[in-house]
Ligand binder design. Sequence first.
Ligand code: THU
Length: 130
Amino acid sequence: MSLFQLALEVRKNAHAPYSKFKVGAAIRSMNGKIFVGCNVENAAYPQGICAEAGAITAMIAGGENEIKEICVVADSPVPIAPCGGCRQKIAEFCTPDIPVVLADLKGETKRISMGELLPHAFSNAHLPEE
Ligand code: THU
């Protein structure tokens, strides 16, 4: 199954009763493992979790920490734009050249590099050395 199909499949499990906007995300790690996530909303709205955050959590729990490619799927009239918080979360685990594939239910709508999606990202390079 392609990364797109995996993201499309996990999107079906999204818990999005408030926004009605279901999102699926699939990550291929550098070691070729696949991790998926969907958005999980909450009646206490700020407690909701984005699909990308879920996929990253699964990746870390699965013992991987380098993203080779990520695909995000939503039923959006324009290519889905990962939120700012998710851009920062993705950037933690990849280099600026990795592809972020944005898709609607029919397939890919836009392919952008992580560096284009979040230029001048804050990273551990900004933290003082101990
Ligand atoms: N959402 C994601 O899961 N990923 C994004 O990149 C953008 C937004 C979710 C959060 C919320 O559950 C719903 O989409 C509407 O904002």
